[in-house]
Write a protein that binds this ligand. Structure first.
Ligand code: FPP
Length: 253
């Protein structure tokens, strides 16, 4: 990635990443189809996006569809893709009004054209947003992203591959995305305690916060609780002295 593309119009602040798990179980527990859980999950996305800036969050990355999710029944995949398209089309105005810049990370070549078009339109419309950088991970695999970034960085560096050049290339594997800072706080809802191939490189020093709450029931207060817990932690980045939560070393990506 060229150095000029590292410049972003989003001021520094917390980067929170969320594995939004539990839509299906939330729905099944209520006798509803899984798709209803995903729809309710989309409403939670709106709530969390709107609550983020006041909590000092400047980058929010949401795991919406992993590359492994293609293994789900075709019907569920279709419902999710339809939901992404609807969300992108319906929310763009609102995102724009709230100063949110939306980008999508992950592969695009396997997405249907209407989904890709909705992504491109939302990205273009919100490109000047400065309040929050919302990143949706769709058809995303961290291992694939790291492999692609390594190829990109090795091809353009003309020198040895470094952690810094790889970090810079990670955001740039997809032309539409810009590099994001390292993740400060990783949240996973739904009771599982694993990373599921999400932002493995960017989470090198992330604080982890697991919640048993299913994503459709996750609230702005729950997010505030996770952020408050994050602020109570001591981050040493491998050293001995506690660093402020926005440690400069973690931002130099
Ligand atoms: C995992 O929970 C969740 C997903 C695979 C989809 C995430 C999608 C949303 C939150 C919907 C809306 C998103 C946007 C960006 C509009 P799961 O369904 O696997 O739940 P389970 O573990 O209970 O089965």
């Amino acid at each position: 990635m060229r150095p000029s593309t590292l410049i972003t119009n989003i001021p520094p602040g917390l980067h929170v990443a969320i594995i939004m798990d539990g839509n299906g179980r939330w729905a099944v527990a209520r006798g509803l189809p899984r798709a209803a859980g995903h729809r309710r999950g989309a409403e939670t996305v709106r709530t969390i996006v709107e609550a983020s800036p006041d909590l000092g969050i400047r980058t929010l990355t949401l795991y919406a569809f992993s590359s492994d999710n293609w293994r789900r029944p075709e019907r569920e995949v279709r419902a999710l893709m339809r939901l992404f398209r609807t969300y992108l089309r319906a929310e763009t105005k609102r995102l724009l009004a709230n100063g949110v810049r939306l980008t999508v990370i992950g592969r695009r070549d396997r997405l249907e054209i209407p989904v890709r078009s909705a992504i491109e339109a939302a990205e273009a419309a919100t490109a000047d947003g400065t309040t929050l950088h919302l990143r949706l991970a769709i058809d995303y695999s961290s291992r694939d992203a790291i492999a692609a970034a390594a190829t990109l960085a090795a091809g353009s560096a003309g020198g040895p591959l470094t952690a810094q050049s790889l970090s810079a290339a990670l955001g740039g594997a997809d032309a539409a995305d810009a590099p994001a800072p390292d993740v400060d706080l990783l949240i996973r809802t739904g009771g599982e305690r694993r990373l599921s191939d999400f932002l493995l490189w960017e989470c090198a020093y992330a604080e982890l916060w697991f919640s048993d709450i299913m994503w459709p029931a996750f609230s702005a207060a729950d997010l505030a609780g996770a952020v408050a817990d994050f602020h109570s932690r001591e981050r040493r980045f491998g050293g001995l002295v506690a660093q402020p939560v926005e440690a400069p070393a973690a931002r130099a990506v």
